[in-house]
Design a protein around this ligand. Sequence first.
Ligand code: FRU
Length: 610
Amino acid sequence: MTGPPRPASGPAGPDNPDFETGDLTGWTVLSGDAFAACPAGDHATGRHGAYHLCGADRGDAARGRVRSTSWTVAHDRLGFLIGGGWDPERLYVALVRDGDGAVLCRQTGPQGDEQVRIVWDTAPHRGEQVHLEVVDDAVGEWGHLHLDDVRVGDRITDDTGLTLPLLGRANQPVTGTDADRYAADPLRPQFHYTPFQGWINDPNGLIQWRGRHHLFSQAHPAVPLWDRMHWLHASGADPVRWRNEPVALVPPPPRTPADRSGIFSGCAVDDGGVLTLIYTVFTDTVAHPGAPEEVIGLATSTDGVTFRPEPEPVVAGPPPGSAAGWRDPKVFRDPADGSWTMVVGSGDGGRGRVHLYRSADLRAWAYRGVLFEGDPSTGPMWECPDLFPIGPDWVLIESSDDRVHWWVGTYDGTRFVPRTHGVLDGGPAFYAAQHYTDDAGRPLVIGWLGRWGAREPTRVGGWAGVQSITRELFVRPDGVLGSRPVAEVASLRGAPLPVPRGDALDLVVEGDDVTLRVRESAAEATVVRYAAGRLTLDTRRSGYGDGGVWSVPALPGPVRVLVDRSTIEVFAAGGEALTARIHPRYAESTGVGVTGARALTAWPMGSAWA
Ligand code: FRU
């Protein structure tokens, strides 16, 4: 048994809270058989002890409800491990008041079988008699839930003795400033863009327009799972501070419940003072048989807030040689003749490619052929291509195989000829990057700190997806494309810390063989190393989610590390970058450790939402 000693007046929490009896002792089946065969089973990772309440044994179609014994709340916190599908209406653990059946808190799963430690604030319910109910009314894919290791106390720990912070949907405040609301979730970045609720992936429509920086995101508002794509919108007076704007683009109403039609990725341009968005209109052909799957659409705005989509597509379908897909238009004015030029991502025959178009008015587009094509090493379909000049060079980027690939070369208005090639970020979480040039002429880029299929433990808070810090691009004398955090990131810094510590930090470290540990406690740490010309990021002991080791060759010099709760972005002196999502478990994981450093400076970082 776990938790503090039980008060003489009754139990402190439910009986058999960790299912280590190996059966449902203390739990009552209210209906169905989803939990009938439990708690045997081996479906969840990160569970406690040998047994857990497993809703997967009988398959996703099984439904059921179980309840715990009752107890009188005598402590401030209740914690438990949860895994399984995300569906707050049909799949959840609830704290229920015995007297009137009121649901006091509820939590759904992370849409993953890795169990995450939820902690609720039960202080407002002290003295009330309660029980837990576990509900599985979901029958589709991910229609199952796991529960384990229920603990009550004034501080929740696990076997490490470290503190599990308040985490989960019940702790998401709905009032207060954006900065307050964004601060409440220990996994939510503070100076990176995230959606308050719901899912985001690619950054879209990046532009500085009438002075303000605009960041749109591929988004499924309210639900932290990819589905019918909208364009979420934020803007800022600089490229690191954001203010939420109304949703900019909304897909048509679904024809069937499974209709996934949506507005896919695209770009923004200023057309004579009109903010113009050009994007992929994706139609789910299961729900709309015979419709073209991908066309290119356009919407305009004169105030930068409200967007009016035009009814007809500006390009009604792909050119030949697009068997693997055709999407993600990116438009720019050709500096040579001022005409509008558009690149569109595609692929055929196992090779990614970029199609080229020209227009005088953004409405009528002439197809000009294949701008550039890869070999099989860069994947069969190129997403989010972008073509732009940096000084005398032309740069082409595209996203495929979980990476942003770049080429530096020449462009003659028809073809792109590369000179050098590489990957913009060697980590596991930098994808679908888009470039824009700001009013100061700086080539900037933002990428999605994600990867298709990655675990997203933040879903327990109702959100998933982070955009990178705005990065400035540069072409090195050796032709390599590098990136570094845009200068304004430094304006979010507080005074340098005498003792480095925190969960939102900007760090600069120097040394010939230097190791830096961040988000460190006795049980976990994220490790950055620069030695022998290599930059390495190790997230195997970073907490929940995917872990791994990533490494790139890198030039000597200061290493810059941006830590923001559940993100880490590392930049070496030559513009090499490694980015990952990390999901530390413990409140104590704010330590910074260093060995082999000639110098280390650490600044606490403020909120992007201030
Ligand atoms: C890249 C991508 C794009 C597409 C969008 C859909 O991550 O697959 O090709 O437009 O995401 O959300």
